[in-house]
Design a protein around this ligand. Sequence first.
Ligand code: MRU
Length: 355
Amino acid sequence: MLQPLIWTGHSLRVLDQRRLPNETVWSEYRDAAGVAEAIRSMQVRGAPAIAAAAAYGLAMEAQRHAGARGDRLPEVLEAAARVLLASRPTAVNLRWAVERMQKAAAACPDPAALPQVLVAEAERIAAEDVAVNRRIGDLGAALFARPVQVLTHCNTGALATAGYGTALGVVRRLHELGRLRQVLVDETRPYWQGARLTAYELAAEGIPHILITDSMAGHFMQRGQVDAVLVGADRIARNGDVANKIGTYTLAVLCRHHGIPFYVAAPVSTFDLTIATGEDIPIEERDPAEVTHVYGRRITPEGTQAAHPAFDVTPHELVTAIITERGVIHHPQPESVRAVLAAEDKTRAEGSTPA
Ligand SMILES: CSC[C@@H](O)[C@@H](O)C(=O)COP(=O)(O)O
């Protein structure tokens, strides 16, 4: 299975996803500022992968300042957390991981033990993510009784997580169970996560797939060639509104028109219980040059202005179900979201071990 991150014990190796699929290039980082830059520049992307990277970023800060006076460390970690949190605004998993690391730091009574404690916590965050994704894969695959053709958007696979994937984890599991006919892969303009990354992962796993442009989705739905849409999420509000890669909302509307189930696969760490609805989710605005240029080459007339919101919000009314590691939230709304999030975490209870 592909891996976006490798922890060496004192540095973080990041697979540069901007170069895939044509080149396999690893960058190595030894501090939080470097990791923040890797996140900002999208060498590493995908909500859970960003979270794991940020956790290692904080662990490295503790290692780097291991000799510093004990009372200086909280200040150093606070500054590093701020830099990491500013790297990308929409994926709430980033904040979740930073807060979890801060909690681990605060609970550590001995400053000398802090580097070790934070490295262990970062490793736990990464390992748990793989276990969580496997559980989401099992629960998601159980929703399908017969072989299906599904459509997916962006990249939600091993590359977007610490391993295995969320929506693509469900796809992977369906394939293992012999319940997958084919995946229609949206190319996912303008950053091409589908064309470059999802197609790459599926090819590596021998999972049957066909690439389509984002604008073809409605056509294939109309022809009865899409049994379900499976996507991931970057932030989910208390009422079940889902922020995900730009183009997701369009798919949900198309699904409603065609009576096709629209599933979101996401870990509990993607829920932001501090916000009531999707209206409050910050939407990242990226450089318009990512729209006007492809591989650094302009495809528009000079001076053409472009918009680039990187995410959109799908209202919960359009979501058939959200698949989490704690259970499936059918027809999400505030009560059902609360109930599933309050459920026991079986990934931990069953002692699942990461692969
Ligand atoms: C398991 S990944 C879920 C989401 O993070 C994914 O669907 C997505 O929108 C990624 O966006 P990206 O801009 O590539 O980081």
